[in-house]
Design a protein around this ligand. Structure first.
Ligand SMILES: [Zn+2]
Length: 248
């Protein structure tokens, strides 16, 4: 069994009157170095590099950044990290145009939220994420350094992907699953609820022993996603409210 080494950074970011907490996962592999999954909103790069150094690594050990999807709270600091460390950015083909800025963002925060922010910040968020060059596109089932596997989990967005370690059941779910009050819940703000339902029941079939969700953090023990193991069970637990923030 290949034991994964990973660390979760609890990233706190403020923008205007709002404060958000995100959970970024750093995978460590003795041969390949460090792979970061998701990057937070723009401006998180120094917190992320400090975290890497606190773990005893050099910032140049960061070799790859995997983006689960193109939302600004996942891709926002990828460009800055790419510039500062030379790390490659890897993502699914489907949202490459949004990540690179050749197509408009899939969504932007609602106007009433933007109205509460300083003008410059509102303008930035309204444009979507900071464009970043995608150096490698990832395919379903592809194996990343350390034995982590790419699993496409569309629904929250059309090109959303998750990363799973089959030997130990560790799942980095991005926004395919969220955690609230210590429990795995259906993702807020899914662009396609039926797809998100299918993706979640697929993940539930993997026997996830440890879950890391970008929003809400970690849950472990038993089959964490058992309650979501079929579309019927997902339906019976109620389909998600769709809160009005696009920053989920
Ligand atoms: Zn998202």
């Amino acid at each position: 069994m290949q034991k994964p080494s990973f660390h979760v950074l609890l990233l706190q970011q403020e923008f205007g009157p709002f404060r958000r907490t995100f959970h970024l996962t750093l995978l460590s592999d003795s041969q390949h170095g460090l792979t970061l999954i998701d990057t937070g909103l723009p401006g998180a790069e120094m917190q992320i590099l400090d975290f890497i150094q606190q773990l005893g690594h050099d910032t140049s050990d960061l070799k790859a950044i995997v983006l689960t999807h193109s939302d600004i709270d996942h891709a926002g600091s990828a460009r800055a990290l790419q510039d500062l460390t030379g790390a490659q950015v890897w993502a699914g083909l489907e949202e490459k145009p949004q990540l690179e800025g050749t197509l408009p963002p899939l969504r932007t925060p609602p106007a009433h939220l933007l109205a509460q922010l300083p003008a410059e910040l509102a303008l930035q968020l309204g444009r979507g994420s900071v464009p970043v060059q995608v150096n490698r596109t990832l395919s379903e089932g592809e194996v990343l350094p350390g034995g982590w596997k790419v699993i496409f989990t569309p629904g929250h967005t059309p090109g959303h992907l998750s990363v799973f370690h089959p030997d130990t059941g560790v799942l980095v779910a991005g926004d395919a699953v969220m955690v609230k009050e210590g429990r795995a819940v259906f993702p807020d703000n899914s662009m396609d609820v039926a797809q998100a339902t299918h993706s979640l029941s697929r993940l539930a079939g993997l026997d996830v022993q440890h879950l890391i969700a970008h929003h809400g953090g970690e849950v472990s023990g038993g089959n964490v996603l058992d309650a979501w193991s079929s579309p019927e069970r997902v339906k019976n637990r109620g389909v998600p409210g769709c809160p009005d923030t696009a920053l989920k």
